[in-house]
Design a protein around this ligand. Structure first.
Ligand SMILES: *[C@@H]1O[C@H](CO)[C@@H](O)[C@H](O)[C@H]1NC(C)=O
Ligand SMILES: *[C@@H]1O[C@H](CO)[C@@H](O)[C@H](O)[C@H]1NC(C)=O
Ligand SMILES: *[C@@H]1O[C@H](CO)[C@@H](O)[C@H](O)[C@H]1NC(C)=O
Ligand SMILES: *[C@@H]1O[C@H](CO)[C@@H](O)[C@H](O)[C@H]1NC(C)=O
Ligand SMILES: *[C@@H]1O[C@H](CO)[C@@H](O)[C@H](O)[C@H]1NC(C)=O
Ligand SMILES: *[C@@H]1O[C@H](CO)[C@@H](O)[C@H](O)[C@H]1NC(C)=O
Ligand SMILES: *[C@@H]1O[C@H](CO)[C@@H](O)[C@H](O)[C@H]1NC(C)=O
Ligand SMILES: CC(=O)N[C@H]1CO[C@H](CO)[C@@H](O)[C@@H]1O
Length: 457
């Protein structure tokens, strides 16, 4: 039976209109929302005024510097055209998706008049709107963010130097400052909005009238932009891994136990500030045994347990192919949606992992020791891997994975312990195990290998 998803239970077309002066982290917030909702299988797309503005600037032979120079009379035509174009693209996109979807409108003008116009246009097309304002008057935060964020913005492709960019952004901010009107509950009581003040140190909510909107609010409240690391590892090789069996609650193999010792050494060498490290495991034996020698506070999460293989639990892929040939094929055909009889699908795992993602967004210095399918789902969130590909990612055993989370993307490093292990990777269309040859399924990023400096046991 098909499972009900968030998208099915909330057939809603929602447009999140991002409001705020430049350099308020608006693109950061919109990118994160896109990634989060896409991960939850809700069609989500961000519509960028920047992209359209660049087009308009090119067509009218104007540079961003000229447009935002306070000496010049504002060129409303360019801005107006840009806005209308973006809104048209959003309306078109909503006609192309089924019953549920979220568009992010990264707007450039933010007056009350403009907001009313957007709200009305969308409402006439049966699209709900929520405005999301990032309001900040802490100049020190803004200065940092001008250099960090806007220097990479394509709007400034004509700028020759960083200083030009900064001047140009400052001009742009001043330019908008003159017309900008912040959202207030007294003046715009009929609009649905979220107002973040000084990067979420305070949040004002008005008419958050749907489940989807409240989920977005909750998610944003958990975000922060600090650069940080998250550490991931599968459990050490287990007895079941050796036998090619899936599921179960087996103990570690001899080599798996070696990895659990080695992990102490790797953590010591590679995780900075590990005195403050927290280790999260599933409730299954093999993750707890892997964490056994790590001298840090530990948390067990049921949500981190391996994908439940239902009636296939404890079987090898050969046995599944033989006993449940139809299931075996169905799973290969759509691994994300396929649910083991009496068990779970990848989609189910994502649903139960949501609290983990919220917690990871809020935290640093965490080492998560869990299982192949669960790591694939966590990895997919941070690396924006499409749901068709994520169940096929190769996540090798005996490898510590470092995710370096930055405002605009995540970098991966794999630190390999030099302890051999079987491969538990199954390519599509076969029941044999062995590493993938498909580069799409291999993690990106760099590899550190051969941690041989100290022999343990
Ligand atoms: C664009 O503007 C530059 C100077 O501002 C001028 O030299 C050039 O001829 C213009 N090009 C077009 C296609 O109008
Ligand atoms: C922007 O264009 C709309 C029509 O698309 C027009 O009604 C409005 O007056 C224009 N605004 C400005 C400031 O030019
Ligand atoms: C914003 O929109 C208002 C009303 O449409 C207009 O008067 C104002 O000039 C616009 N400002 C910018 C910067 O586009
Ligand atoms: C904005 O649109 C919503 C429908 O999405 C409507 O209920 C609300 O009254 C509108 N607000 C204003 C101020 O027009
Ligand atoms: C934002 O932070 C600045 C600097 O700390 C402070 O002066 C300002 O009052 C804050 N703004 C609001 C709306 O709280
Ligand atoms: C939107 O603009 C930002 C920079 O302002 C850019 O990095 C990003 O790729 C753009 N996104 C889209 C979907 O065009
Ligand atoms: C909000 O909507 C109500 C009823 O639709 C209307 O009477 C009221 O004037 C509106 N308030 C504002 C601030 O637009
Ligand atoms: C993307 C980015 O660098 N944002 C910065 C904006 O300012 C806040 C406060 O100083 C920083 O924490 C962010 O890193």
């Amino acid at each position: 039976m098909p499972i009900t998803t968030l998208a099915d239970s909330n057939p809603i077309k929602l447009c999140v209109v991002i409001v705020g002066l430049p350099a308020r982290g608006k693109s950061f917030i919109s990118q994160k929302i896109v990634r989060y909702l896409s991960w939850l299988s809700i069609p989500t797309k961000s519509f960028n005024c920047s992209t359209n503005l660049i087009q308009q600037l090119k067509e009218s032979n104007t540079t961003a510097n000229q447009l935002f120079n306070k000496e010049n009379t504002p060129n409303h035509e360019i801005l107006n055209k840009t806005r209308q174009l973006t809104l048209d693209q959003i309306l078109k996109w909503f006609t192309e998706i089924d019953n549920c979807g979220v568009a992010i409108y990264d707007g450039i003008n933010a007056t009350k008049f403009e907001r009313d116009h957007i709200n009305k246009t969308l409402s006439d097309n049966n699209i709900n709107t929520v405005f999301l304002e990032s309001y900040c008057d802490d100049q020190s935060i803004i200065d940092v963010n001008i250099t960090d964020i806007e220097s990479t913005s394509p709007e400034y492709f004509n700028s020759v130097s960083l200083q030009d960019t900064i001047n140009s952004v400052s001009n742009k901010i001043q330019f908008y400052d003159n017309v900008y009107e912040t959202l207030t509950a007294s003046e715009e009581s009929n609009l649905s909005f979220i107002k973040l003040i000084n990067f979420s140190s305070q949040i004002i909510l008005n008419h958050i009238d749907s489940y989807l909107k409240s989920r977005i609010v909750y998610y944003i409240m958990n975000l922060h932009v600090k650069n940080r690391y998250i550490w991931l590892s599968r459990h050490g090789e287990s007895q079941y891994n050796l036998e090619g069996k899936i599921g179960g609650d087996a103990a570690l193999s001899e080599r798996g136990i070696k990895y659990s010792h080695k992990l102490v050494e790797i953590v010591d060498k590679y995780i900075p500030n590990h005195d403050r490290l927290e280790v999260w495991t599933s409730t299954l034996k093999r993750t707890q045994q892997t964490a056994k020698y790590l001298p840090f506070p530990k948390k067990q999460w049921k949500a981190l347990d391996e994908l439940d293989a239902g009636s296939c639990d404890g079987l090898t892929y050969d046995e599944i192919a033989e006993k449940f040939p139809e299931d075996f094929k169905a799973r290969d055909d759509n691994k994300f949606e396929y649910r083991y009889p009496g068990g779970e699908s990848y989609r189910d795992v994502i649903t139960r992992l949501e609290p983990i993602i919220m917690a990871l967004e809020n935290q640093e210095n965490v080492l998560v020791i869990t299982h192949q399918a669960v790591l694939r789902c966590i990895y997919a969130y941070f690396m924006n891997v499409h749901q068709e590909e994520s169940p096929w990612m190769s996540i090798p055993l005996h490898t510590l994975i470092r995710l370096e989370i930055k405002a605009y993307g995540t970098e991966v490093t794999r630190i390999k312990a030099d302890i051999p292990a079987v491969s538990t990777y199954k390519e599509k269309g076969t029941s044999k195990l062995g590493e993938s040859n498909n580069s799409l399924n291999i993690m990106s990023g760099s590899v550190i290998s051969g941690i041989t400096d100290k022999i343990v046991n």
